[in-house]
Design a protein around this ligand. Structure first.
Ligand SMILES: [Zn+2]
Length: 271
């Protein structure tokens, strides 16, 4: 049976002979049903005209995306460590060449994701590499394709020794980040998906309840996100799309972006 993939959000559903009635991810106010109505595709259908690409972002960090872009166009990240690799976020397809390339890179020990819009084909990746899947308990109701590989965590987990997965909330109650201390030549990197969104001016980030529908967050939540990242030391911030990277001084970028956001909520404009 195929695990149907929603064409609009790219998230796989449980294995059923017929597609489900609707996509809970897209029916939520943070997403949207495609303008042509709910549409579904299978992995084999998607593979007919899409391929997985794997590109180095920096040493021991690989970006994984689809070409051409599919659904919301995210790229996942593979963090390599001596004690196992972690797939951060996910894409909707795993093809044979990607299996081969990821195997050469040391496989995948654990998979964790910033938020449910990026759950994609995580169960296919986990099955292919015998990996654990870590899901925040706060977002368990958003799991569309159940798997015995799923393990729930509360506020913090260690997908492999040395990497920290932290729930910081905001976009989803379980929205998370992954801290990679060895990133950016030992200055540290924070992988954020769109829990913390790297914006077009890459010295800044933002925080939203919904990006496609432009629904902001409240002051207390924005300040809480900033506060929860303060325990991590990091230079770079890797957002959830190709090129969305704060390349230096990332911790300060998060702080000043939270301060700017809150100032604007109070009616204060910048210079
Ligand atoms: Zn959907």
């Amino acid at each position: 049976m195929p695990a149907w993939i929603c064409v609009t959000c790219g998230v796989q559903q449980r294995d059923t002979p017929q597609p489900p009635d609707g996509c809970a991810i897209c029916a939520d106010e943070r997403q949207y049903v495609g303008w042509g109505g709910q549409r579904w595709i299978t992995a084999s259908g998607l593979a007919e005209d899409h391929a997985v690409v794997v590109r180095e972002e920096e040493p021991d960090l690989l970006g994984i995306g689809l070409e051409p872009s599919f659904a919301i166009g995210q790229r996942a990240l593979l963090v390599r460590t001596a004690r196992g690799n972690v797939l951060w976020d996910c894409v909707s397809l795993l093809d044979d060449s990607a299996v081969e390339r990821i195997t050469e890179l040391g496989g995948i020990s654990a998979i964790c994701m910033s938020h449910p819009h990026f759950y994609a084909a995580n169960v296919d990746f986990a099955d292919a590499f015998d990996a654990r899947i870590l899901i925040p308990r706060a977002d368990r109701q958003w799991v569309q394709r159940p798997s015995p590989r799923i393990e729930l965590f509360d506020d913090e987990a260690e997908p492999v020794p040395g990497l920290t997965l932290a729930r910081i909330g905001g976009h989803f109650d379980g929205a998370a980040v992954l801290h990679w201390p060895a990133g950016s030549q030992g200055r540290g990197a924070l992988l954020t998906g769109d829990t913390i969104m790297v914006v077009q001016d890459r010295g800044w980030v933002s925080f939203m309840w919904s990006y496609p529908n432009l629904i902001p967050l409240d002051e207390a939540t924005v300040l809480d996100i900033a506060r929860r990242t303060e325990r991590f030391s990091f230079d770079r911030v890797y957002g959830g799309w190709w090129g969305r990277v704060v390349v230096a001084d990332g911790a300060a970028a998060v702080r000043r972006s939270a301060d700017r956001y809150v100032a604007r909520l109070h009616g204060q404009r910048g210079p």
